[in-house]
Design a binder for this molecule. Structure first.
Ligand code: SAM
Ligand code: TMP
Ligand code: ZN
Length: 408
């Protein structure tokens, strides 16, 4: 009998399909000497047998993840800066063209998207609980509220600023287990013809690519068009558009409107049909995914163990939150991966969560190329590989584990 929990969307029964074991907080990089202070939880996911929402079996308290020292900086990738700049332009020329329009972003982080909106002089508000990244957004001239978005926050914003034309969230909605409060807030803050747009890693891509490292403490939900449609319906909203986008290893951008306010596009029906054809909501599909994950673990450990026996140097590239899942699930220790190179100042000089692999400045990778780089930031592969021609020229090879373990 596999474990069950209660669905955070519909109170139905969530049946577990994968257990990734005891895991630390994925973004809690450890100060050397403080290894004993780490928080651990059981990382496992299941699917609700009523509304089909895939979700974590155990929830981590939000204050442990999103606080003053939250280290993730959205603007660390040039591709992501372009991605969000283009979306801001699109909002400015479509949804934000009325009289004195207003956009609210949940999880605006360092202001990567709202920067262009503020520069265009359009009314905006970023809601961001993680203090240090919120400060970076404020420094860009963006209006920021240091807070968790939830129903009470939404009511307060509506009282002071009036209704929103756009409520937007990128890589944030899937981080929030208390969806009931979020959607109640959205329906109260949204203007009558407003849209709630959010983009998050897509379960369809995760299953197709076996990208199991998308599963970590911060990623509570794994959406599909079907589960989002059901979630919207239960809360007086309607799924009116979907768009598959290539960033972060495959995401979907969902557009919700108040029920009946907008006509759903063809794309919604098409994605629903695609999901049905792939049997994305079938337990057996998810069990196959779990079997593929097990194979990646075996192959990756076999490769790293062989390279160690041959005396080869392997360095990790990108101390991603995803890498916490990979290193802790597979048992990748500092004797297999010498250090992880990362450009984020708040991660450097620290140890990776759980396995305590040192995180070092990018310069240390560039100044003394190893024989192999294990690409933890595989979602930025094109950007990184283009920039790292010198590594390749020096004879370096990339190790990747999505969709399977391969060296190139
Ligand atoms: N939107 C950015 C992007 O796509 O790069 C940042 C994504 S980051 C992975 C998730 C962000 O959501 C964090 O900055 C975190 O502090 C924020 N967050 C978490 N819970 C939130 C909530 N209830 N309301 C608003 N932001 C939240
Ligand atoms: P993400 O996959 O969650 O966006 O995290 C990417 C991590 O990789 C982040 O810590 C920054 C780091 N990184 C580099 O070190 N070099 C790079 O060229 C890129 C794009 C990211
Ligand atoms: Zn459910």
């Amino acid at each position: 009998m596999s474990a069950t929990s209660q669905c955070r969307i519909c109170d139905g029964t969530v049946k577990e399909f994968i257990d990734l074991g005891r895991q630390p907080l994925s973004d809690a990089f450890v100060v050397p000497g403080e290894e004993k202070k780490e928080f651990f939880f059981r990382l496992a996911t299941g699917i609700c047998d009523t509304c089909t929402m895939v979700q974590l079996m155990e929830e981590v308290p939000r204050d442990l993840m999103f606080h003053e020292a939250y280290p993730y900086l959205s603007s660390g990738s040039a591709v992501m800066r372009t991605h969000f700049g283009e979306l801001a332009k699109r909002f400015l020329t479509t949804e934000l063209t009325g009289e004195d329009p207003f956009i609210v972003e949940l999880g605006c982080n360092d202001g990567i998207m709202l920067k262009a909106v503020a520069e265009a002089g359009v009314r905006q508000l970023g809601v961001e609980p993680s203090g240090s990244v919120a400060d970076l957004a404020a420094a860009k001239g963006i209006r920021v509220r240091k807070d968790f978005f939830e129903e009470a926050t939404a009511i307060d914003i509506r009282e002071h600023d009036g209704p929103a034309d756009v409520i937007y969230a990128a890589n944030t909605l899937c981080h929030i287990p208390y969806m009931d409060s979020i959607l109640k807030g959205v329906t109260q803050l949204l203007g009558p013809n407003g849209v709630f747009v959010f983009e998050d890693p897509y379960l369809g891509d995760i299953v197709e690519r076996t990208s199991f490292d998308q599963i970590y403490d911060e990623h509570f939900f794994f959406f599909t068009a079907r589960s989002v449609q059901e979630m919207a319906q239960r809360n007086g909203l309607e799924l009116v558009d979907v768009e598959r986008i290539p960033v972060h290893g495959g995401e979907v951008r969902y557009t919700l409107a108040l029920a009946g306010a907008r006509k759903p596009t063809e794309a919604v029906a098409e994605l629903l049909a695609w999901e049905a054809e792939r049997k994305l909501a079938d337990y057996a599909t998810l069990e196959r995914f779990a079997a593929n994950v097990k194979k990646i673990k075996e192959d990756l450990i076999a490769l790293l163990t062989k390279l160690r026996a041959e005396g080869k140097r392997v360095v990790g590239y990108g101390a991603t939150a995803k890498s916490a899942t990979v290193t802790n699930f597979c048992g990748i220790t500092p004797d297999l991966v010498e250090f992880i190179s990362d450009t984020t100042p708040a991660k450097q000089g620290r140890l990776s969560p759980g396995q305590h692999i040192p995180v070092r400045e990018y310069r240390e990778f560039a100044d003394d190329h190893p024989e192999y780089a294990l690409l933890f930031a595989w979602n930025h592969a094109d950007e990184i590989m283009n920039a790292e021609q010198g590594f390749r020229d020096s004879g370096g090879q990339w190790i990747r584990y999505v969709p399977n373990v391969h060296v190139s």
